[in-house]
Design a protein around this ligand. Structure first.
Ligand code: FES
Length: 243
């Protein structure tokens, strides 16, 4: 009886021990599972963090690209040029348009020999930069520029025509420029009559000493013609050729 009891006690103790072991195992399993879940969560967090960093980098790159593009665009559309007088002193700052990727007009400039042509020379000698899309036709006096000359230039493909001479009172032929004033009134009417914008022709007085003024007027007139676009007469001429 005592031996039986002892055996039963042993068995109970064994069972208790195995239960303990099983409990331990379960606890260890649970801990390791918990650890694995924690590890996975941490890994997930790292991935999310990395993705966020990547997103920020991409965003920054996009912003940089936009800024660079804007800077390039500004550089392409604006070119600052300091206009200097004959002594090299800066007198103004001009914005020049880019020469690439933009339509450049074809401008004819009638310049009187004694003032405006000499003014253009002064601009050149003083190295004053200005837009180059014009051809200068030297005449002895602005009074020589008959309205027919301007119309002929427009017919021949000019997008704009500038007539320039000495200031009133300075004409080397006394009243040639006053005559040009009368001519120009007729020129404007004829330009209107053939259906062109009045802004395609311009009359200016520029003296031999006014190099910066020459550059300023050339820049202004070039921008004015650029804004008007190509002369419609050009299209008609092409059509006539094709026909
Ligand atoms: S000489 Fe210059 S306008 Fe007559």
């Amino acid at each position: 009886m005592t031996a039986k009891k002892a055996a039963a006690k042993k068995t109970t103790a064994k069972k208790a021990a195995s239960k303990k072991t099983a409990a331990k195992k379960t606890a260890a399993g649970k801990t390791s599972a918990k650890k694995t879940v924690a590890k996975k969560t941490a890994a997930k967090k790292t991935v999310v963090k990395k993705a966020a960093v990547k997103k920020t980098v991409v965003k920054k790159a996009a912003v940089k690209k936009t800024v660079d593009a804007k800077a390039a665009e500004t550089q392409a559309t604006e070119k600052k040029v300091v206009v200097k007088d004959a002594s090299g002193q800066p007198v103004a700052t001009e914005l020049l348009g880019p020469e690439e990727g933009r339509w450049n007009p074809n401008i004819f400039v009638f310049a009187c020999n004694w003032c405006s042509y000499a003014g253009a020379d002064t601009a050149g000698i003083s190295r004053i930069q200005h837009q180059p899309h014009f051809r200068t036709i030297r005449v002895m006096c602005s009074g020589r520029v008959h309205p027919g000359f301007v119309l002929r230039a427009l017919e021949k493909g000019a997008d704009g025509v500038l007539v320039s001479g000495c200031h009133i009172g300075d004409c080397h032929y006394i009243s040639g420029n006053e005559r040009q004033l009368e001519h120009f009134e007729i020129t404007k009417r004829l330009v209107h009559l053939i259906g062109l914008e009045p802004g395609r022709v311009r009359l200016e007085w520029i003296s031999a000493a006014e190099g910066p003024r020459w550059a300023k007027i050339i820049n202004e007139f070039t921008d004015q013609i650029r804004a008007l676009g190509p002369s419609p007469l050009k299209g008609e001429k092409d059509e006539r050729r094709a026909g």
